[in-house]
Design a protein around this ligand. Structure first.
Ligand SMILES: NC(=O)c1ccc[n+]([C@@H]2O[C@H](COP(=O)([O-])OP(=O)(O)OC[C@H]3O[C@@H](n4cnc5c(N)ncnc54)[C@H](O)[C@@H]3O)[C@@H](O)[C@H]2O)c1
Length: 456
């Protein structure tokens, strides 16, 4: 039985995943190491550096018992029996494959560091989302091992969603473990299965070969993103024809073959994963001589861009073709509710386009204001940040709701309307509000894929 686990990378995946493992395996010492010392200090103080419902309680339950965070990556490698690699794998921004391929520099540095500092046989677990056949590259790096060193590489992609990370980890639809089809590979798989089996029913722990596990993660994110782009494509037709996307989504979703999840039209998907992973898949297809397959998946990203542009275009059109000098309140900056994560948030592009129209933008968000400040504070004096949504909307010509925070459904829109310029516009980019009610208050209401309600 494994007694000492190390996770390299204390981010959105590494921190919550290890906290849940530590909680369910009190006899296993769980260490999370990161080169970002501020992050390490925050985790170690019991106040996680990321917002995730329920996370703080889970961390505090094991912190000081069998869970700890450290900046000393190299030392911990020497002590570990199993090492999860959960470092970031963003889209490459330079050189060959820029804008598409995964940037594997952090991952490779980690692999080399494991090679140099491991002092006993180690099972290395890929937690980061990686291109297919990365495990093979890792094994090749490990081929230069010193005498006595032994490495077995597993792929254990993480399927948690930000905002519901703790419930996803506590009760996953499945855990996927890929390993080599050899006795040593099987033994390593069994070790990892034994850890998850402490709280995940055995039938939900799937095993596969490494390449299948790696590809499954990319494919799962591609399918999810494709559903979002599909419903958003239909929302565009709705706006042109007078059909209502909510009725269409209900009618589609009641077909059991399709299912009702992930059929909510909106301003588009964001987050650090969907776009990156699809582009990674596109690059993989191109590399393997499958240009038609590459174009198919690429269209999911193109449509997502288009949806954000369409949203702003509609704002400009109905607001008399000019936004210059107008105050616009953005309700929500995180890429989804219940997270402070702003990576690839649709709000970024929408805000940039509004600024290009010379609008004055006031951003509000319950958790992501700091993230918003990091993106925009230096760039212009036409962006303001406000934690109170009522103040953000005070004197505004328009409110654009961009994140599906429950808080925004509970606001007093009469009060908001009373403090706005006339005519008052409300753009519901997440179909969170009742357009009829808002229209009765006096708003001009424009929701995604739903008929205009213009009052003036
Ligand atoms: N965020 C999600 O919802 C999610 C879900 C599933 C899978 N993933 C995948 O998991 C991986 C990690 O994602 P994340 O969102 O946690 O990223 P993140 O940026 O929040 O965290 C990565 C951490 O790795 C650290 N790091 C980088 N290089 C290091 C090194 N050499 N040694 C030690 N630490 C190092 C960074 O400092 C950072 O704190 C990515 O591959 C991502 O695609 C993310």
């Amino acid at each position: 039985m494994i007694k000492r686990l190390l996770c390299i990378g204390a981010g959105y995946v590494g921190g919550p995943t290890m906290a849940v493992i530590a909680q369910h395996c009190p006899d296993v010492e769980v260490v999370v190491a990161d080169i970002n010392h501020d992050r390490v200090a925050a985790w170690q103080s019991g106040r996680p550096p990321i917002f995730e419902p329920g996370l703080e309680e889970v961390v505090r339950r094991s912190l000081g018992r069998n869970l700890r965070f450290t900046g000393d990556v190299e030392h911990e490698i020497g002590e570990a029996e199993m090492i999860f690699v959960s470092v970031n794998t963003p889209t490459k921004t330079f050189g060959q494959g820029a804008g598409r391929a995964a940037d594997l520099q952090y991952w490779e540095k980690t692999a080399r560091s494991i090679l140099h500092h491991a002092r006993r046989p180690v099972i290395v677990v890929e937690k980061s989302t990686l291109p297919v056949r990365t495990a093979e590259a890792m094994e090749r790096i490990f081929k230069n091992r010193r005498q006595g060193q032994r490495f077995e590489v597993l792929s254990n992609p993480e399927f948690l969603a930000e905002g519901t990370a703790i419930t996803d980890l506590e009760s996953p639809d499945r855990v996927l473990i890929g390993g080599a089809e050899t006795p040593a590979g099987q033994a390593a798989i069994d070790e990892l299965v034994d850890i998850y089996a402490r709280w995940v029913p055995r039938e939900r722990i799937l095993t596969a070969n490494v390449w299948s596990a790696e590809l499954s993660k990319l494919a799962a994110n591609a399918f999810l993103a494709q559903r979002v782009s599909s419903i958003n494509a239909i929302s565009a037709i709705c706006e042109q024809t007078g059909a209502d996307i909510l009725s269409v989504a209900t009618a589609i979703g009641t077909d059991r073959r399709i299912g009702s999840q992930f059929l909510r039209a909106g301003v588009g998907f964001g987050g650090s994963c969907f776009q990156k992973d699809i582009l990674n898949l596109v690059y993989l297809c191109e590399q393997h001589g499958l240009p038609e397959v590459a174009r198919y998946w690429e269209a999911v990203v193109t449509l997502n861009q288009h949806q954000k542009e369409r949203f702003v275009r509609r704002m400009i059109r109905v607001m008399f073709n000019t936004l210059a000098g107008k105050r616009i309140a953005l309700f929500g900056f995180a890429f989804k509710a219940n997270t402070g994560d702003t990576r690839e948030s649709p709000a970024i592009q929408i805000c940039q386009e509004l600024l290009a129209e010379q609008a004055h933008v006031c951003i509000t968000d319950p958790q992501a204001l700091e993230g918003a400040r990091q993106v925009f504070s230096a760039s212009t004096d036409r962006v303001a940040f406000e934690s109170d949504p009522y103040k953000a909307a005070d004197g505004a010509h328009a409110v654009a709701l961009l994140t599906d925070w429950a808080e925004y459904r509970a606001l007093d829109y009469r009060r908001i309307y009373a403090a706005m310029e006339r005519p008052a516009f409300l753009f519901d980019g997440r179909n969170q509000l009742d357009p009829e009610e808002l229209y009765q208050i006096g708003f001009n209401v424009y929701a995604i894929g739903r008929p205009d309600r213009t009052s003036l």
